[in-house]
Design a protein around this ligand. Structure first.
Ligand code: SF4
Length: 351
């Protein structure tokens, strides 16, 4: 395995430079070349502001740039959404998505290969957790998309495969690297981390990153339904979850986004609609209603956009701001984890 320069925070890069007999400011040079957006370097040899001797010293010590190999790249004809399947150094694969909005480009990154959380509607968790991604592998998804798609990324959302708060150390490190002014200089306010509801980490997150946005995959208005579709709810009931979100709001003064995927016959009843409004009314919250991205293996069906609009109207008339998410990239393998699963199946049939 290489020593990935993209896995280092700026302080660690400074320490590395000093250990190798160089001045600490060389770390700034390394960062500016690693995170040059569309023209980010892909090897130590390309960091030409470093002396040839220092570059050779880095290479001899096993340092390199952890560029990801593109295994598949799909572009939606409908809305330009791009889905990447990247190969990691050990042969595992992860998905990342580039979305185009009026206000700029958003990349959705994966934080784990597979996921252990077992949500019943999700393609990513079907085969369990394979391993955590390193911070470098998370950062590389953003940088390699900038380079491959020739764009500047404005927002990063940690909503792809994996539970970010089940890999908190690497996710925190990735946020620090992405927001380093000497690197991409991305604002913390343009980053959103989404969790299925690991309460102790939500409490810590508000202290560690008061500027970063928090999203909660809620998907049910009560514990009974939530426990059926999201095993995490057995450990952390809704009351504790909402209380941790309130503590985050108090510390950060930032509103929390609650994601709610509408699944036919599961969480889309009128009773659910009323309970959801009651649960979130009076909290600094926004509900993002998502017509479910159907995954063949789960057998679950979407309630449709019309039902999502009914939920939105009801929530808004009861003082809970809500929106219906656009279905981006529905003509490509839309749901998170689908492209990776399809490629794995193809590999198995080709064996
Ligand atoms: S929805 Fe998120 S947390 Fe749940 S299994 Fe899928 S990737 Fe994991």
């Amino acid at each position: 395995m290489i020593n990935d320069l993209r896995n280092l925070t700026i302080d660690e890069a400074r320490e590395l430079c000093v250990r190798m007999g160089e001045k600490p400011f060389r770390a700034q040079q390394i960062f500016s070349w690693l995170y040059k957006g569309k023209s980010s370097v892909q090897s130590v040899g390309e960091i030409v502001s470093l002396s040839a001797a220092f570059r050779e010293q880095l290479e001899n010590a096993g340092w390199d740039v952890g560029v990801l190999r593109v295994l598949a790249h799909q572009i939606s004809a409908q809305d330009g959404t791009e889905k990447y399947l990247f190969e990691l150094e050990d042969g595992n694969a992860v998905e990342s998505v580039l979305m185009r909005y009026e206000y700029g480009y958003t990349v959705c990154v994966s934080t784990q290969a597979g996921c252990r959380m077992g949500c019943s509607f999700c393609a990513s968790g079907l085969n369990g957790l394979v391993r955590d991604l390193t911070a470098g592998e998370i950062v590389s998804q953003v940088i390699d998309i900038m380079r491959n798609s020739r764009i500047k990324v404005n927002h990063v959302v940690f909503m792809g495969t994996g539970e970010p708060f089940d890999n908190y150390e690497n996710v925190s490190r990735a946020v620090k690297i992405l927001t380093e002014p000497q690197g991409t200089g991305m604002s913390a306010r343009s980053i959103t981390v989404s969790t299925s509801g690991i309460v102790p980490v939500i409490r810590r997150f508000g202290d560690d990153f008061p500027q970063v946005n928090l999203a909660i995959s809620l998907h049910a208005p009560d514990d009974e339904i939530r426990r059926d579709i999201m095993p995490v709810a057995k450990a952390y009931p809704i009351k504790e979850l909402i209380s941790a979100c309130d503590a985050y709001v108090e510390k950060t003064n930032r509103r929390v986004t609650f994601e709610y995927a509408l699944i036919r016959g599961v969480n889309d009843s009128t009773e659910c609609m009323h309970k959801l409004a009651e649960l979130l009314s009076g909290h600094l919250a926004h509900v993002n209603l998502i017509p479910l991205n159907e995954v063949d293996e789960t057998g679950l069906k979407s309630s449709g956009r019309g039902r999502a609009v009914e939920f939105r109207k009801y929530l808004e008339t009861h003082g809970v701001p809500a929106s219906v998410r656009r279905e981006l990239g529905s003509d490509i393998d839309g749901a998170c984890g689908q492209l990776r699963n399809r490629m794995q199946k193809q590999d198995q049939t080709n064996m």
